[in-house]
Write a protein that binds this ligand. Structure first.
Ligand code: GZL
Length: 329
């Protein structure tokens, strides 16, 4: 009964909206919120729980939905694209007002996003981008510039070794294969270190953004790669796992091996303060409030930017000491 009534009301609201704005099939014409008591219902599919960053991102979305009075249907895909696609189909069947998701990998999303468009449900990408030839499949992408993050890491390293006369051996622990952050942090870093011909990536493997993965990869590198000078890990969690392996091998992280990571979550910032990590490029997970604002604007028929880039910075030890006391994640 509720669902049918809601759809009737929403259909009427949509007709009224079209009449008022005369925008016909304009992309901004969507139905009025149809959740309980007219509340906006947002279906969100999350990547998983693989890292401290992801936990903070989930909390930000859940807290922001509660603060904004948004009815949140939240699904955790535990790293599975198929489970994310299932969740999006479920949101379509439940006739949510807006769908948002952080795509675990870049490809394979067009079919389900066409289904959402045909159902008249707007989609917002958060955190990670997708590969598609049809940008009308989503209304906005809210997230970091991962190439810029890799560039920041590589530029800092190039400067650190500006006077190097000998080859500098760099090992890289990548994030989840085929994910936007792993692809683009690698791209940005590689282009930036090309400025310094002494810097060479001598080994690279995926640690899937987890501590366990980072430790296992670093153990392999320590066994197979002589004289490692630098580790570039695509997130703090893999860097922290690698630090365990480095210490178990009797080496001093941050001194015997320079370590650069991305995210700047609490545990990473503490390692930076302890001298075990040398540089962290921030990747801000606190996307919740902006996501709710985007959803409400889209449902109100307002135009929104198709690309909203997250603001973020970089940290060395002094900056971490200043930032840690008030850090939200
Ligand atoms: C980046 C995000 C990445 C983080 C990792 O926006 O997708 O996934 O850097 C997380 O910590 O697992």
């Amino acid at each position: 009964m509720f669902a049918r009534t809601a759809i009737t009301v929403r259909a009427a609201a949509a007709v009224l909206l079209l009449a008022l704005t005369g925008c016909g099939n304009a992309p901004d014409a969507v139905a009025a919120p149809g959740g309980p008591e007219g509340r906006l219902t947002l279906g969100f599919s999350q990547v998983g729980s693989e890292s401290g960053w992801r936990e903070a991102n989930t909390k930000s979305i859940q807290d922001a939905a509660a603060a904004a009075g948004v009815e949140l249907l939240f699904s955790n895909a535990q790293g599975s694209r198929d489970r994310q696609i299932e969740a999006i189909r479920s949101f379509i069947e439940q006739r949510v007002d807006v769908i948002a998701f952080s795509p675990v990998t870049e490809t394979g999303w067009d079919p389900v996003l066409v289904e959402a468009r045909e159902a008249g449900i707007p989609v917002i990408l958060t955190d990670r981008a997708i590969q598609t030839s049809d940008s009308s499949l989503y209304r906005s992408f809210l997230g970091s510039d991962f190439i810029e993050e890799g560039t920041k890491a590589g530029t800092w390293l190039s400067d650190l070794y500006i006077a190097a006369k000998e080859p500098v051996s760099v090992v890289e622990i990548r994030g989840t294969e085929n994910s936007a952050p792993a692809i683009e942090r690698k791209l940005g870093f590689g282009a930036a270190i090309a400025q310094n011909p002494n810097l060479k990536i001598v080994a690279s493997a995926t640690g899937d953004f987890t501590r366990v993965g980072g430790k296992a990869v670093m153990e392999d590198f320590l066994d197979s790669t002589p004289d490692i000078d630098v580790l570039y890990a695509h997130n703090d969690d893999m860097g922290l796992g690698a630090i365990e392996a480095i210490e178990e091998a009797g080496k001093v992280p941050g001194k015997d091996i320079v370590i650069i990571t991305v995210d700047a979550v609490r545990d990473g910032m503490q390692a930076l303060i302890d001298g075990k990590i040398n540089y962290i490029v921030e990747c801000n997970p606190l996307l919740g409030p902006q996501l709710m604002e985007l959803a409400k604007k889209i449902l109100a028929g307002e135009r929104v930017l198709q690309r909203v880039v997250t603001e973020e910075t970089v940290f060395e030890r002094s900056g971490a000491l200043a930032a840690l006391p008030d850090r939200q994640y």
